[in-house]
Design a protein around this ligand. Structure first.
Ligand SMILES: Cc1ncc(COP(=O)(O)O)c(C=O)c1O
Length: 401
């Protein structure tokens, strides 16, 4: 029998990752206080998290979590369709639907699961899912799992999307796109995509994981910022684990779409509901996000300040008006070396390498939040400038043996 041994395959893959400098290691955070955190006994300023509005540690959010946990316990108990659907879930779904302008919302344990659910429940054999090439991995996997055809167009290329749709005139069609691209920070051309979807009888699905809370009036996200609504974008994803400082996600749509998901989507049906205490925390966070415009204003000021400082120093930032401000490094080793230098100086910035980004697109993914102040941003710019120069400096010749 010549069956390959899984152990050999795993070992070969590990060696290959090591040879390419692509090992991925977790770091242990011992403590958090605002944007500060303790890692390996050192205090770092976190410039890579997604708690853009600083709500994750807000006293009202934590208070809601503690209060609901004391009353309802720590468990989700069962799936929503068995006995797990709690009044706290119901209240959060209603608040999200009302905020984002949809008939209904449906909660999921993660954005990843929600994306799998939407594409799998809506499309199947003979259908087509047309996606931006830089979409989040969960959308790509969702189309693969759904068994439909997955067709990808070059980043932001609406003509490419039209070509793909015209090439597949039979079967149902969906255009799925990130609203804000998670590793690039730029925003999808949503208005044009909505026109294309209408002309091609396709459903537009916007994954607004990084836009909700941050962009648009009342923080309603990239769809509202583009002056679109539920008629043009029938399905939308909002995540609770980023700007809303919690955990989980919700899909928004009209009653018919949501009922279909609720009754047929496997990642919805066959999983335990999120603990009601998490839903209560997110409800408090949504109310704060809606009400406290100053958080978005401060974030926008920080983004403008950071970009102006980077431009003055000639740092190669990618074009982005959102809290995600990537600095292109090109090769993996420069990205990891710069991240290590930043850490030495007290800043935590993630080096993002392929396959998360395309080959040659390694970068520092710098994220800004309401919790960062000007001094911290100026200090980061100063250290980025030095790290860039050090990473670019020729390495000293090896000592003769
Ligand atoms: C664009 C996008 N969609 C979906 C997800 C998945 O969301 P979650 O972290 O809630 O699983 C992410 C998170 O990284 C994301 O960036």
């Amino acid at each position: 029998m010549t069956r390959p041994r899984l152990q050999d395959r795993i070992e070969a893959a590990r060696l290959q990752r090591e040879a390419h400098g692509r090992r991925r290691v977790r770091r242990v955070v011992a403590r958090r206080d605002g944007v500060g955190c303790e890692v390996d006994g050192r205090w770092l300023i976190d410039f890579c998290g997604n708690d853009y509005l600083g709500l994750g540690q807000h006293f009202a959010v934590v208070d809601a979590l503690q209060d609901a946990a004391a009353r309802h316990g720590a468990s989700g108990v069962a799936s929503h369709l068995v006995s797990g659907h709690h009044a706290a879930h119901e209240a959060l779904e209603q608040e999200l639907a009302q905020w984002l302008g949809y008939e209904r919302a449906l909660l999921f344990n993660s954005g990843f699961a929600a994306n799998l659910a939407v594409v799998q429940a809506m499309l199947g054999d003979g259908d087509v899912c047309v996606q931006d090439r830089l979409n989040h991995a969960s959308l790509v996997d969702a189309a693969r799992l759904a068994g439909c055809r997955l067709r990808r167009y070059p980043h932001g290329d609406v003509e490419g999307a039209i070509r793909q749709l015209r090439g597949h005139p039979e079967g149902a069609a969906m255009i799925a796109t990130d609203g804000v691209f998670s590793m690039d920070g730029d925003i999808a051309p949503l208005r044009t995509l909505a026109l294309v979807a209408r002309a091609q009888h396709a459903t537009l699905y916007v994954d607004d994981a990084h836009g909700v809370g941050v962009l648009g009036p009342e923080g309603r996200g990239s769809v509202a910022a583009a002056r679109l609504d539920a008629t043009q974008v029938p399905l939308q994803l909002a995540t609770l684990g980023k700007a809303l400082g919690g955990h989980g996600a919700a899909v928004l749509g009209d009653a018919a779409h949501i009922q279909h998901l609720e009754e047929t989507a496997r990642p919805y049906i066959y999983t335990t509901a999120m603990p009601p205490a998490l839903a209560a925390a997110s409800l408090a966070a949504v109310r704060l996000a809606r009400r406290e415009q100053w958080r978005r204003d401060k974030l926008q000021e920080s983004i403008a300040h950071f970009r102006a400082g980077a431009q003055q120093r000639g740092l190669p930032l990618m074009p982005s008006d959102t809290p995600i401000q990537p600095l292109l490094c090109g090769d993996d080793r420069s990205a990891t070396a710069m991240a290590a230098m930043l850490e030495e100086r007290g800043f935590w910035v993630a080096a993002i390498r392929p396959p998360t980004v395309p080959e040659g697109g390694a970068r520092l993914r710098i994220t800004l939040g309401t919790g960062h102040d000007r001094l911290q941003i100026d200090a980061l710019l100063h250290v980025l400038d030095q790290a860039r120069d050090r990473a670019a400096a020729p390495r000293p010749a090896a000592e003769p043996a």
